[in-house]
Write a protein that binds this ligand. Structure first.
Ligand SMILES: Nc1ncnc2c1ncn2[C@@H]1O[C@H](COP(=O)(O)OP(=O)(O)OP(=O)(O)O)[C@@H](O)[C@H]1O
Length: 267
């Protein structure tokens, strides 16, 4: 698939400035182009401050931009919309609500009756491996379990586009590997288009169809790496020589920016 008509997310020539309290202008993004085709899984990786979260917020419709165009499913983004859902690093669950109420909260806001929303939430909790925890409160769950709830909550509203902002970075390394596989399993059964932010190179390669590498000061896209590893991906993928090679290529690009921050400053 290629071309504008197939794009789930289209970011074209987008630049973004932040203005601080004292009037100082910081250019956060410089003429960024990025496309996520329908059904694609795309990761963004880059040094701290290169504008990853800024881009995700723009696509989510909670932050504006200064130049260029941002479209989701062929329509200009003008604010948040029901076809997009976000999974946050901090889980962002409501602590006073049970798991099932957290998962079905978005449906409640949309006026879906309780039996129906519970029915949907139960199906999703089962699919993320938490079928027995609907009456638990977030504080009673591990970080990995809380993020499973976060994922189920995002999926409950049947989004077409899923935005994920370092969703596994607060989770221990072993659980993180399991969550990556589970996420791919869930994604493979849907038509979801995913934009996923991470700092972990192996995670980006394992999950994605494309890894977008960004540089900083101001944020810009330096390279897009196509991940030609077959799907479904599993533990054997992590030992595949092609996986090791692609992860190494991402690190080669990033290492230069980190050891020499001036190496990749946008013109
Ligand atoms: N509200 C704000 N006001 C001013 N500058 C901001 C604001 N938010 C972000 N910035 C600046 O914009 C740039 C991009 O920030 P952003 O948080 O999008 O980067 P990031 O790549 O997500 O970083 P990290 O990997 O550390 O999360 C940085 O230079 C940051 O300091």
């Amino acid at each position: 698939m290629s071309g504008k008509a197939d794009a789930a997310i289209s970011i074209r020539s987008v630049s973004k400035y932040y203005v601080s309290g004292n009037g100082k202008k910081t250019k956060a993004l410089d003429s960024v182009d990025l496309t996520v085709n329908r059904g694609e899984f795309v990761s963004i990786i880059g040094p701290s401050g290169c504008g990853k979260t800024t881009m995700l917020k723009m696509v989510g419709g909670i932050l504006g931009w200064d130049h260029g165009e941002v479209e989701v499913l062929g329509k200009a983004v003008e604010g948040p919309g029901p076809e997009r859902a976000t999974v946050f690093q901090s889980f962002a669950l409501l602590p006073w609500m049970t798991v099932i109420d957290n998962v079905s909260f978005g449906l409640k806001v949309r006026g879906v009756a309780k039996p129906e929303r519970y029915n949907i939430a139960r199906g999703l909790l089962k699919s993320v491996g938490l079928g027995d925890f609907e009456h638990a409160y977030p504080r009673q769950l591990s970080g990995g379990m809380q993020q499973r709830v976060g994922l189920a909550r995002a999926l409950a509203v049947s989004p077409q586009v899923l935005l994920m902002d370092e969703p596994f970075s607060a989770i221990d390394a072993q659980t993180r590997l399991i969550l990556q596989t589970d996420l791919l399993d869930i994604w493979s059964k849907t038509d979801l288009s995913v934009l996923f932010i991470t700092h972990a190179m192996d995670e980006a390669v394992f999950l994605s169809d494309k890894v977008v590498i960004m540089g900083a000061r101001p944020g810009h896209v330096t390279e897009v790496i196509d991940v030609d590893l077959p799907r479904p991906r599993n533990e054997a993928t992590r030992r595949d020589s092609r996986f090791v090679e692609l992860t190494g290529r991402v690190w080669d690009r990033l290492r230069g920016m980190i050891t020499d921050p001036n190496a990749d400053v946008a013109a």
